[in-house]
Design a protein around this ligand. Sequence first.
Ligand code: NAP
Length: 474
Amino acid sequence: MWIGGQWMDSETGETITVINPANGELVGSVPKGGRTETEQAVRAAEQAFPVWSGLTAADRGSYLKKWAEEIRREREPLARLLTFEQGKPLSEALEEVDAAADFSEWYGEEAKRVTGEILAGSKPKQRILVIRQPVGVAALITPWNYPATMVTRKMAAALAAGCTVVLKPASQTPLTAVFLMQLLEKTGLPPGVANLVTGAASEIGRALMENRSVRKISFTGSTEVGKQLIQSSAGQVKRLSLELGGNAPLIVFSDAEVDRAVKAAVGNKFENCGQMCNGINVIYVHERLVEEFLQQLTERVRSLRVGFGWEPGTQIGPVIDEAGREKVAELVRDAVMRGARVLTGGRLLTDGQLANGTFYAPTVLSDVTYDMRVTQEEIFGPVAPVVSFSDEEEILKRVNDTPYGLAAYFFTRDIQKAFMAAERLEFGMVAVNGTSLSVPQAPFGGIKESGQGREGGHYGMEEFLNIKYISMNL
Ligand code: NAP
Protein backbone atom coordinates (compact mmCIF):
# COMPACT_ATOMS: atom_id res chain seq x y z
CA MET A 1 0.00 0.00 0.00
CA TRP A 2 1.15 3.56 -0.60
CA ILE A 3 0.14 5.91 2.17
CA GLY A 4 1.50 9.39 2.77
CA GLY A 5 4.31 8.73 0.30
CA GLN A 6 5.44 5.50 2.08
CA TRP A 7 5.12 1.95 0.83
CA MET A 8 3.81 -0.28 3.58
CA ASP A 9 2.37 -3.65 4.56
CA SER A 10 -0.84 -4.10 6.47
CA GLU A 11 -0.84 -3.70 10.23
CA THR A 12 -1.65 -7.39 10.67
CA GLY A 13 0.86 -8.59 8.08
CA GLU A 14 -1.95 -10.38 6.23
CA THR A 15 -1.97 -10.47 2.45
CA ILE A 16 -4.32 -11.31 -0.40
CA THR A 17 -3.05 -13.43 -3.25
CA VAL A 18 -3.50 -12.61 -6.90
CA ILE A 19 -4.17 -15.59 -9.16
CA ASN A 20 -3.72 -15.76 -12.92
CA PRO A 21 -7.17 -16.74 -14.24
CA ALA A 22 -5.62 -18.37 -17.32
CA ASN A 23 -3.64 -21.04 -15.46
CA GLY A 24 -4.49 -20.78 -11.78
CA GLU A 25 -0.91 -19.81 -10.89
CA LEU A 26 0.09 -17.27 -8.30
CA VAL A 27 0.97 -13.87 -9.78
CA GLY A 28 1.76 -12.08 -6.54
CA SER A 29 0.22 -10.73 -3.39
CA VAL A 30 -0.71 -7.41 -1.83
CA PRO A 31 -1.33 -6.36 1.76
CA LYS A 32 -4.76 -6.99 3.20
CA GLY A 33 -5.50 -3.57 4.60
CA GLY A 34 -8.59 -2.62 6.55
CA ARG A 35 -9.94 0.20 8.70
CA THR A 36 -6.61 1.28 10.25
CA GLU A 37 -4.82 1.69 6.94
CA THR A 38 -7.83 3.38 5.33
CA GLU A 39 -7.98 5.94 8.13
CA GLN A 40 -4.23 6.53 7.78
CA ALA A 41 -4.64 7.05 4.04
CA VAL A 42 -7.53 9.48 4.49
CA ARG A 43 -5.49 11.45 7.05
CA ALA A 44 -2.57 11.63 4.64
CA ALA A 45 -4.86 12.83 1.85
CA GLU A 46 -6.44 15.39 4.16
CA GLN A 47 -3.04 16.76 5.15
CA ALA A 48 -1.88 16.97 1.55
CA PHE A 49 -5.06 18.71 0.36
CA PRO A 50 -4.13 22.36 1.16
CA VAL A 51 -0.78 22.03 -0.61
CA TRP A 52 -2.13 20.23 -3.65
CA SER A 53 -5.24 22.35 -4.14
CA GLY A 54 -3.06 25.44 -3.63
CA LEU A 55 -0.81 24.63 -6.60
CA THR A 56 -1.58 26.28 -9.91
CA ALA A 57 -3.66 24.18 -12.26
CA ALA A 58 -0.73 24.13 -14.67
CA ASP A 59 1.53 22.66 -11.98
CA ARG A 60 -1.00 19.97 -11.10
CA GLY A 61 -1.41 19.24 -14.79
CA SER A 62 2.32 18.81 -15.26
CA TYR A 63 2.39 15.89 -12.79
CA LEU A 64 -0.38 14.22 -14.76
CA LYS A 65 1.43 14.70 -18.05
CA LYS A 66 4.55 13.20 -16.47
CA TRP A 67 2.46 10.27 -15.23
CA ALA A 68 1.26 9.68 -18.77
CA GLU A 69 4.90 9.68 -19.97
CA GLU A 70 5.92 7.20 -17.27
CA ILE A 71 3.00 4.91 -18.16
CA ARG A 72 3.97 5.01 -21.84
CA ARG A 73 7.61 4.28 -20.98
CA GLU A 74 6.57 1.17 -19.02
CA ARG A 75 3.88 0.22 -21.52
CA GLU A 76 5.06 -3.35 -22.14
CA PRO A 77 5.74 -4.51 -18.55
CA LEU A 78 2.55 -2.87 -17.33
CA ALA A 79 0.49 -4.55 -20.04
CA ARG A 80 2.09 -7.93 -19.32
CA LEU A 81 1.30 -7.62 -15.63
CA LEU A 82 -2.27 -6.64 -16.51
CA THR A 83 -2.60 -9.73 -18.71
CA PHE A 84 -1.19 -12.00 -15.99
CA GLU A 85 -3.57 -10.83 -13.31
CA GLN A 86 -6.65 -10.16 -15.46
CA GLY A 87 -6.38 -12.59 -18.35
CA LYS A 88 -7.07 -10.38 -21.37
CA PRO A 89 -4.91 -10.77 -24.50
CA LEU A 90 -1.70 -8.76 -24.45
CA SER A 91 -2.81 -6.76 -27.50
CA GLU A 92 -5.86 -5.56 -25.55
CA ALA A 93 -3.80 -4.92 -22.44
CA LEU A 94 -1.46 -2.72 -24.49
CA GLU A 95 -4.45 -0.78 -25.82
CA GLU A 96 -5.74 -0.37 -22.30
CA VAL A 97 -2.40 0.92 -21.04
CA ASP A 98 -2.27 3.42 -23.91
CA ALA A 99 -5.77 4.57 -23.05
CA ALA A 100 -4.80 4.87 -19.39
CA ALA A 101 -1.94 7.19 -20.37
CA ASP A 102 -4.26 9.17 -22.64
CA PHE A 103 -6.65 9.89 -19.75
CA SER A 104 -3.83 11.18 -17.59
CA GLU A 105 -2.42 13.35 -20.35
CA TRP A 106 -5.85 14.72 -21.26
CA TYR A 107 -6.66 15.70 -17.68
CA GLY A 108 -3.16 17.14 -17.38
CA GLU A 109 -4.22 19.59 -20.07
CA GLU A 110 -7.79 20.05 -18.85
CA ALA A 111 -6.68 21.06 -15.34
CA LYS A 112 -6.11 24.57 -16.72
CA ARG A 113 -9.63 24.91 -18.02
CA VAL A 114 -11.63 25.02 -14.80
CA THR A 115 -13.61 28.26 -15.03
CA GLY A 116 -16.26 30.26 -13.19
CA GLU A 117 -18.79 32.92 -14.09
CA ILE A 118 -19.74 36.45 -13.14
CA LEU A 119 -23.48 37.01 -13.21
CA ALA A 120 -25.47 40.25 -13.19
CA GLY A 121 -26.40 41.31 -9.66
CA SER A 122 -29.94 41.95 -8.48
CA LYS A 123 -28.96 45.33 -7.00
CA PRO A 124 -26.75 48.01 -8.55
CA LYS A 125 -23.89 47.29 -6.18
CA GLN A 126 -24.15 43.50 -6.18
CA ARG A 127 -21.87 41.28 -8.17
CA ILE A 128 -22.37 37.53 -8.34
CA LEU A 129 -19.35 35.31 -8.72
CA VAL A 130 -19.61 31.59 -9.34
CA ILE A 131 -16.40 29.70 -8.66
CA ARG A 132 -15.47 26.03 -8.70
CA GLN A 133 -13.43 24.44 -5.93
CA PRO A 134 -12.17 20.88 -5.40
CA VAL A 135 -14.47 18.80 -3.19
CA GLY A 136 -11.63 17.66 -0.90
CA VAL A 137 -10.55 14.09 -0.25
CA ALA A 138 -12.01 11.71 -2.82
CA ALA A 139 -12.19 7.92 -2.49
CA LEU A 140 -11.87 5.99 -5.73
CA ILE A 141 -13.04 2.36 -5.93
CA THR A 142 -12.25 0.46 -9.12
CA PRO A 143 -13.23 -2.91 -10.68
CA TRP A 144 -11.13 -5.74 -12.11
CA ASN A 145 -12.20 -5.63 -15.76
CA TYR A 146 -10.18 -2.54 -16.76
CA PRO A 147 -7.60 -2.32 -13.97
CA ALA A 148 -5.56 0.46 -15.61
CA THR A 149 -8.03 2.80 -17.32
CA MET A 150 -10.52 2.75 -14.45
CA VAL A 151 -7.73 4.01 -12.18
CA THR A 152 -6.45 6.83 -14.38
CA ARG A 153 -9.89 7.89 -15.65
CA LYS A 154 -10.92 8.62 -12.06
CA MET A 155 -7.64 9.64 -10.53
CA ALA A 156 -6.44 12.01 -13.22
CA ALA A 157 -9.77 13.88 -13.16
CA ALA A 158 -9.72 14.10 -9.35
CA LEU A 159 -6.10 15.27 -9.15
CA ALA A 160 -6.58 17.78 -11.97
CA ALA A 161 -9.54 19.26 -10.08
CA GLY A 162 -7.32 19.73 -7.00
CA CYS A 163 -8.63 16.81 -4.92
CA THR A 164 -6.40 14.41 -3.05
CA VAL A 165 -7.33 10.74 -3.27
CA VAL A 166 -7.46 7.30 -1.69
CA LEU A 167 -7.63 4.49 -4.24
CA LYS A 168 -9.05 1.05 -3.49
CA PRO A 169 -8.58 -1.27 -6.51
CA ALA A 170 -10.36 -4.60 -7.04
CA SER A 171 -8.80 -7.48 -5.10
CA GLN A 172 -8.52 -9.64 -8.23
CA THR A 173 -6.34 -7.08 -10.03
CA PRO A 174 -4.53 -4.86 -7.52
CA LEU A 175 -1.04 -5.28 -9.01
CA THR A 176 -1.72 -3.03 -12.00
CA ALA A 177 -2.80 -0.33 -9.53
CA VAL A 178 0.40 -0.83 -7.51
CA PHE A 179 2.48 -0.44 -10.68
CA LEU A 180 0.55 2.68 -11.67
CA MET A 181 1.18 4.20 -8.24
CA GLN A 182 4.91 3.40 -8.52
CA LEU A 183 4.89 5.33 -11.79
CA LEU A 184 3.00 8.20 -10.18
CA GLU A 185 5.60 8.29 -7.41
CA LYS A 186 8.28 8.76 -10.06
CA THR A 187 6.69 12.06 -11.07
CA GLY A 188 7.69 13.51 -7.67
CA LEU A 189 4.06 13.92 -6.58
CA PRO A 190 3.96 15.43 -3.05
CA PRO A 191 3.40 12.75 -0.37
CA GLY A 192 -0.22 12.00 0.52
CA VAL A 193 -1.75 13.48 -2.62
CA ALA A 194 -2.51 9.99 -3.91
CA ASN A 195 -2.80 6.97 -1.62
CA LEU A 196 -3.39 3.31 -2.31
CA VAL A 197 -5.12 0.89 0.04
CA THR A 198 -5.61 -2.76 -0.88
CA GLY A 199 -7.60 -5.36 1.00
CA ALA A 200 -10.97 -6.15 2.50
CA ALA A 201 -13.60 -4.30 0.47
CA SER A 202 -16.38 -4.10 3.01
CA GLU A 203 -14.09 -2.92 5.82
CA ILE A 204 -12.33 -0.35 3.64
CA GLY A 205 -15.69 0.74 2.21
CA ARG A 206 -17.18 1.22 5.68
CA ALA A 207 -14.14 3.15 6.90
CA LEU A 208 -14.36 5.47 3.89
CA MET A 209 -18.09 6.01 4.31
CA GLU A 210 -17.84 6.75 8.04
CA ASN A 211 -14.96 9.21 7.68
CA ARG A 212 -16.19 12.80 7.51
CA SER A 213 -13.04 13.92 5.70
CA VAL A 214 -13.99 11.85 2.66
CA ARG A 215 -16.24 14.17 0.69
CA LYS A 216 -16.64 12.21 -2.48
CA ILE A 217 -16.86 8.58 -3.55
CA SER A 218 -16.27 7.62 -7.15
CA PHE A 219 -17.15 3.97 -7.69
CA THR A 220 -17.10 1.67 -10.69
CA GLY A 221 -18.45 -1.82 -10.24
CA SER A 222 -21.62 -3.80 -9.84
CA THR A 223 -25.06 -2.24 -9.45
CA GLU A 224 -25.50 -4.27 -6.28
CA VAL A 225 -22.51 -2.69 -4.49
CA GLY A 226 -23.38 0.71 -5.99
CA LYS A 227 -26.78 0.57 -4.30
CA GLN A 228 -25.15 -0.31 -0.97
CA LEU A 229 -22.89 2.71 -1.34
CA ILE A 230 -25.87 4.99 -1.99
CA GLN A 231 -27.37 3.82 1.28
CA SER A 232 -24.21 4.06 3.31
CA SER A 233 -23.30 7.50 1.94
CA ALA A 234 -26.65 8.94 2.98
CA GLY A 235 -25.60 9.48 6.60
CA GLN A 236 -23.12 12.19 5.61
CA VAL A 237 -24.66 13.11 2.24
CA LYS A 238 -21.37 12.40 0.48
CA ARG A 239 -21.10 13.18 -3.19
CA LEU A 240 -21.23 10.03 -5.26
CA SER A 241 -20.53 9.08 -8.83
CA LEU A 242 -21.38 5.56 -9.85
CA GLU A 243 -20.46 3.66 -12.99
CA LEU A 244 -22.43 0.45 -12.67
CA GLY A 245 -23.58 -2.52 -14.70
CA GLY A 246 -25.31 -2.48 -18.06
CA ASN A 247 -27.44 -4.43 -20.51
CA ALA A 248 -26.38 -2.89 -23.80
CA PRO A 249 -28.44 -3.72 -26.89
CA LEU A 250 -27.12 -3.78 -30.43
CA ILE A 251 -29.94 -3.23 -32.93
CA VAL A 252 -29.35 -4.09 -36.56
CA PHE A 253 -32.10 -2.34 -38.52
CA SER A 254 -33.39 -3.71 -41.83
CA ASP A 255 -31.31 -1.25 -43.91
CA ALA A 256 -28.01 -1.87 -42.09
CA GLU A 257 -24.78 -3.04 -43.71
CA VAL A 258 -24.53 -6.57 -42.39
CA ASP A 259 -20.74 -7.00 -42.80
CA ARG A 260 -20.03 -3.83 -40.92
CA ALA A 261 -22.48 -4.67 -38.15
CA VAL A 262 -21.08 -8.18 -37.71
CA LYS A 263 -17.50 -6.95 -37.56
CA ALA A 264 -18.38 -4.33 -34.96
CA ALA A 265 -20.49 -6.79 -32.99
CA VAL A 266 -17.62 -9.26 -32.69
CA GLY A 267 -15.10 -6.54 -31.83
CA ASN A 268 -17.23 -5.17 -29.01
CA LYS A 269 -18.96 -8.29 -27.72
CA PHE A 270 -15.80 -10.37 -27.41
CA GLU A 271 -13.45 -7.66 -26.18
CA ASN A 272 -12.07 -8.58 -22.76
CA CYS A 273 -13.88 -11.94 -23.05
CA GLY A 274 -17.21 -10.10 -22.97
CA GLN A 275 -16.45 -8.54 -19.59
CA MET A 276 -17.06 -4.93 -20.44
CA CYS A 277 -19.70 -2.80 -18.72
CA ASN A 278 -20.66 -1.13 -22.00
CA GLY A 279 -20.26 -4.40 -23.92
CA ILE A 280 -23.14 -5.55 -26.11
CA ASN A 281 -25.35 -7.89 -24.10
CA VAL A 282 -27.94 -8.93 -26.70
CA ILE A 283 -28.02 -8.46 -30.48
CA TYR A 284 -31.41 -7.66 -32.08
CA VAL A 285 -31.43 -8.24 -35.83
CA HIS A 286 -34.24 -7.43 -38.26
CA GLU A 287 -35.80 -10.66 -39.55
CA ARG A 288 -34.82 -9.79 -43.15
CA LEU A 289 -31.13 -9.84 -42.25
CA VAL A 290 -31.02 -12.34 -39.43
CA GLU A 291 -30.00 -15.40 -41.43
CA GLU A 292 -27.10 -13.67 -43.14
CA PHE A 293 -26.09 -11.98 -39.89
CA LEU A 294 -26.05 -15.25 -37.95
CA GLN A 295 -24.07 -17.01 -40.61
CA GLN A 296 -21.36 -14.33 -40.72
CA LEU A 297 -21.33 -13.93 -36.95
CA THR A 298 -20.97 -17.65 -36.31
CA GLU A 299 -18.16 -17.94 -38.83
CA ARG A 300 -16.20 -15.13 -37.21
CA VAL A 301 -16.83 -16.27 -33.65
CA ARG A 302 -15.82 -19.84 -34.47
CA SER A 303 -12.46 -18.59 -35.68
CA LEU A 304 -11.63 -16.60 -32.52
CA ARG A 305 -8.47 -17.90 -30.88
CA VAL A 306 -8.87 -18.71 -27.22
CA GLY A 307 -5.80 -19.07 -25.05
CA PHE A 308 -3.23 -17.52 -22.77
CA GLY A 309 -3.24 -13.76 -23.18
CA TRP A 310 0.54 -13.54 -23.28
CA GLU A 311 0.78 -15.84 -26.31
CA PRO A 312 0.80 -14.06 -29.67
CA GLY A 313 -2.42 -14.34 -31.64
CA THR A 314 -4.70 -14.92 -28.63
CA GLN A 315 -8.00 -13.12 -29.03
CA ILE A 316 -9.99 -14.44 -26.07
CA GLY A 317 -8.66 -15.04 -22.57
CA PRO A 318 -10.37 -16.60 -19.56
CA VAL A 319 -13.37 -15.35 -17.62
CA ILE A 320 -12.08 -13.61 -14.47
CA ASP A 321 -12.87 -16.47 -12.06
CA GLU A 322 -14.86 -19.65 -11.53
CA ALA A 323 -17.91 -17.77 -10.19
CA GLY A 324 -17.95 -15.58 -13.29
CA ARG A 325 -17.65 -18.58 -15.58
CA GLU A 326 -20.37 -20.47 -13.74
CA LYS A 327 -22.74 -17.52 -14.15
CA VAL A 328 -22.09 -17.49 -17.90
CA ALA A 329 -22.65 -21.26 -18.14
CA GLU A 330 -25.85 -20.98 -16.12
CA LEU A 331 -27.27 -18.25 -18.38
CA VAL A 332 -26.51 -20.35 -21.46
CA ARG A 333 -28.13 -23.42 -19.87
CA ASP A 334 -31.23 -21.36 -19.07
CA ALA A 335 -31.43 -20.08 -22.66
CA VAL A 336 -31.02 -23.57 -24.15
CA MET A 337 -33.63 -24.99 -21.80
CA ARG A 338 -36.07 -22.34 -23.05
CA GLY A 339 -35.41 -23.09 -26.70
CA ALA A 340 -32.27 -21.21 -27.79
CA ARG A 341 -29.97 -22.91 -30.30
CA VAL A 342 -26.19 -22.99 -29.80
CA LEU A 343 -24.57 -22.20 -33.17
CA THR A 344 -21.06 -22.35 -31.77
CA GLY A 345 -19.51 -22.68 -28.32
CA GLY A 346 -21.87 -23.14 -25.40
CA ARG A 347 -19.42 -25.04 -23.21
CA LEU A 348 -16.55 -24.74 -20.77
CA LEU A 349 -13.07 -25.17 -22.26
CA THR A 350 -11.16 -27.54 -20.05
CA ASP A 351 -8.86 -29.47 -22.38
CA GLY A 352 -5.08 -29.42 -22.58
CA GLN A 353 -3.35 -26.27 -21.45
CA LEU A 354 -6.67 -24.56 -20.69
CA ALA A 355 -7.48 -27.08 -17.95
CA ASN A 356 -6.39 -24.93 -15.01
CA GLY A 357 -7.95 -21.71 -16.26
CA THR A 358 -11.51 -20.41 -16.33
CA PHE A 359 -12.13 -20.47 -20.08
CA TYR A 360 -15.51 -20.48 -21.78
CA ALA A 361 -15.95 -21.07 -25.50
CA PRO A 362 -16.99 -18.03 -27.57
CA THR A 363 -20.68 -18.64 -28.10
CA VAL A 364 -23.47 -17.63 -30.47
CA LEU A 365 -27.10 -18.30 -29.50
CA SER A 366 -29.97 -18.01 -31.96
CA ASP A 367 -33.75 -18.25 -31.46
CA VAL A 368 -33.40 -16.20 -28.32
CA THR A 369 -36.62 -14.96 -26.71
CA TYR A 370 -37.42 -12.41 -24.04
CA ASP A 371 -38.18 -14.94 -21.32
CA MET A 372 -34.53 -16.03 -21.29
CA ARG A 373 -32.26 -14.64 -18.57
CA VAL A 374 -29.61 -13.64 -21.12
CA THR A 375 -31.91 -10.86 -22.31
CA GLN A 376 -32.52 -9.52 -18.79
CA GLU A 377 -29.18 -9.90 -17.02
CA GLU A 378 -25.66 -8.68 -17.67
CA ILE A 379 -23.91 -11.77 -19.11
CA PHE A 380 -20.30 -10.57 -18.62
CA GLY A 381 -18.88 -13.38 -20.72
CA PRO A 382 -18.18 -14.41 -24.35
CA VAL A 383 -21.77 -15.14 -25.32
CA ALA A 384 -23.67 -13.42 -28.15
CA PRO A 385 -27.44 -14.04 -27.99
CA VAL A 386 -29.31 -13.04 -31.14
CA VAL A 387 -32.99 -12.06 -31.18
CA SER A 388 -34.87 -11.66 -34.46
CA PHE A 389 -37.38 -8.80 -34.68
CA SER A 390 -39.83 -7.45 -37.24
CA ASP A 391 -41.30 -4.27 -35.75
CA GLU A 392 -38.86 -1.37 -35.33
CA GLU A 393 -41.15 0.57 -33.01
CA GLU A 394 -41.56 -2.41 -30.78
CA ILE A 395 -37.85 -3.16 -30.58
CA LEU A 396 -37.06 0.33 -29.31
CA LYS A 397 -39.65 -0.13 -26.57
CA ARG A 398 -38.28 -3.57 -25.75
CA VAL A 399 -34.66 -2.53 -25.35
CA ASN A 400 -35.66 0.45 -23.20
CA ASP A 401 -37.57 -1.90 -20.94
CA THR A 402 -34.64 -2.64 -18.64
CA PRO A 403 -33.55 -1.19 -15.32
CA TYR A 404 -30.15 -0.49 -16.91
CA GLY A 405 -29.17 2.41 -19.15
CA LEU A 406 -25.46 2.51 -19.89
CA ALA A 407 -24.84 2.06 -23.61
CA ALA A 408 -26.77 1.19 -26.77
CA TYR A 409 -25.62 0.55 -30.32
CA PHE A 410 -27.40 0.38 -33.64
CA PHE A 411 -26.72 0.12 -37.35
CA THR A 412 -28.76 1.85 -40.05
CA ARG A 413 -28.15 3.74 -43.30
CA ASP A 414 -31.22 5.90 -42.82
CA ILE A 415 -30.38 9.31 -41.36
CA GLN A 416 -33.94 9.90 -40.12
CA LYS A 417 -33.93 6.62 -38.28
CA ALA A 418 -30.47 7.33 -36.89
CA PHE A 419 -31.61 10.53 -35.16
CA MET A 420 -34.95 9.10 -34.09
CA ALA A 421 -33.43 5.99 -32.49
CA ALA A 422 -30.45 7.84 -30.94
CA GLU A 423 -32.85 10.21 -29.20
CA ARG A 424 -35.37 7.58 -28.13
CA LEU A 425 -32.95 5.08 -26.64
CA GLU A 426 -32.89 5.52 -22.86
CA PHE A 427 -29.16 5.08 -22.35
CA GLY A 428 -26.35 7.38 -21.26
CA MET A 429 -24.36 6.62 -24.44
CA VAL A 430 -25.44 5.64 -27.95
CA ALA A 431 -23.11 4.66 -30.80
CA VAL A 432 -24.47 4.66 -34.35
CA ASN A 433 -22.84 2.49 -37.03
CA GLY A 434 -19.93 1.67 -34.73
CA THR A 435 -19.18 0.71 -31.15
CA SER A 436 -16.36 2.96 -29.97
CA LEU A 437 -17.29 4.96 -26.85
CA SER A 438 -14.57 5.34 -24.23
CA VAL A 439 -12.35 8.28 -25.18
CA PRO A 440 -10.82 10.88 -22.84
CA GLN A 441 -12.85 13.87 -24.04
CA ALA A 442 -16.35 12.33 -23.96
CA PRO A 443 -18.76 11.84 -21.01
CA PHE A 444 -18.84 8.12 -20.22
CA GLY A 445 -21.65 6.96 -17.96
CA GLY A 446 -25.16 5.68 -17.56
CA ILE A 447 -28.66 6.45 -16.42
CA LYS A 448 -31.20 4.48 -14.39
CA GLU A 449 -29.53 1.61 -12.48
CA SER A 450 -26.35 1.94 -14.56
CA GLY A 451 -25.28 4.83 -12.41
CA GLN A 452 -24.99 8.54 -12.00
CA GLY A 453 -22.31 11.06 -12.87
CA ARG A 454 -19.89 10.93 -15.76
CA GLU A 455 -16.22 10.13 -16.34
CA GLY A 456 -14.19 11.65 -19.12
CA GLY A 457 -14.08 15.13 -20.54
CA HIS A 458 -14.81 18.26 -18.54
CA TYR A 459 -17.87 16.39 -17.29
CA GLY A 460 -15.56 14.01 -15.43
CA MET A 461 -13.86 16.91 -13.65
CA GLU A 462 -17.17 18.47 -12.58
CA GLU A 463 -17.68 15.38 -10.43
CA PHE A 464 -14.74 16.49 -8.26
CA LEU A 465 -15.64 20.19 -8.07
CA ASN A 466 -18.08 22.07 -5.87
CA ILE A 467 -19.80 25.18 -7.15
CA LYS A 468 -19.63 28.19 -4.83
CA TYR A 469 -21.71 31.30 -5.31
CA ILE A 470 -20.24 34.49 -3.87
CA SER A 471 -22.49 37.53 -3.56
CA MET A 472 -20.15 40.56 -3.55
CA ASN A 473 -21.65 43.87 -2.46
CA LEU A 474 -19.65 46.94 -3.32
P1 NAP B 1 -17.85 -5.20 -7.64
O1 NAP B 1 -17.89 -6.53 -7.01
O2 NAP B 1 -18.95 -4.24 -7.35
O3 NAP B 1 -16.45 -4.58 -7.22
C1 NAP B 1 -15.99 -3.34 -7.68
C2 NAP B 1 -15.09 -2.71 -6.63
O4 NAP B 1 -15.84 -2.44 -5.46
C3 NAP B 1 -13.93 -3.60 -6.19
O5 NAP B 1 -12.82 -2.78 -5.90
C4 NAP B 1 -14.47 -4.22 -4.92
O6 NAP B 1 -13.46 -4.65 -4.06
C5 NAP B 1 -15.21 -3.04 -4.34
N1 NAP B 1 -16.23 -3.38 -3.36
C6 NAP B 1 -16.95 -4.54 -3.24
N2 NAP B 1 -17.79 -4.45 -2.19
C7 NAP B 1 -17.60 -3.22 -1.64
C8 NAP B 1 -18.18 -2.53 -0.53
N3 NAP B 1 -19.13 -3.07 0.21
N4 NAP B 1 -17.76 -1.28 -0.26
C9 NAP B 1 -16.81 -0.70 -1.00
N5 NAP B 1 -16.20 -1.30 -2.06
C10 NAP B 1 -16.61 -2.54 -2.38
O7 NAP B 1 -17.80 -5.26 -9.22
P2 NAP B 1 -16.86 -6.15 -10.14
O8 NAP B 1 -17.44 -7.50 -10.19
O9 NAP B 1 -15.44 -6.02 -9.72
O10 NAP B 1 -16.99 -5.38 -11.54
C11 NAP B 1 -17.87 -5.78 -12.52
C12 NAP B 1 -19.04 -4.81 -12.58
O11 NAP B 1 -18.56 -3.51 -12.81
C13 NAP B 1 -19.95 -5.12 -13.75
O12 NAP B 1 -21.29 -5.03 -13.35
C14 NAP B 1 -19.63 -4.00 -14.75
O13 NAP B 1 -20.69 -3.70 -15.61
C15 NAP B 1 -19.30 -2.87 -13.85
N6 NAP B 1 -18.48 -1.87 -14.55
C16 NAP B 1 -19.06 -0.69 -14.89
C17 NAP B 1 -18.34 0.27 -15.59
C18 NAP B 1 -18.97 1.56 -15.99
O14 NAP B 1 -18.25 2.46 -16.38
N7 NAP B 1 -20.28 1.71 -15.88
C19 NAP B 1 -17.00 0.01 -15.95
C20 NAP B 1 -16.44 -1.22 -15.59
C21 NAP B 1 -17.20 -2.15 -14.88
P3 NAP B 1 -13.05 -6.22 -3.98
O15 NAP B 1 -12.52 -6.57 -5.31
O16 NAP B 1 -12.01 -6.23 -2.91
O17 NAP B 1 -14.29 -6.99 -3.62
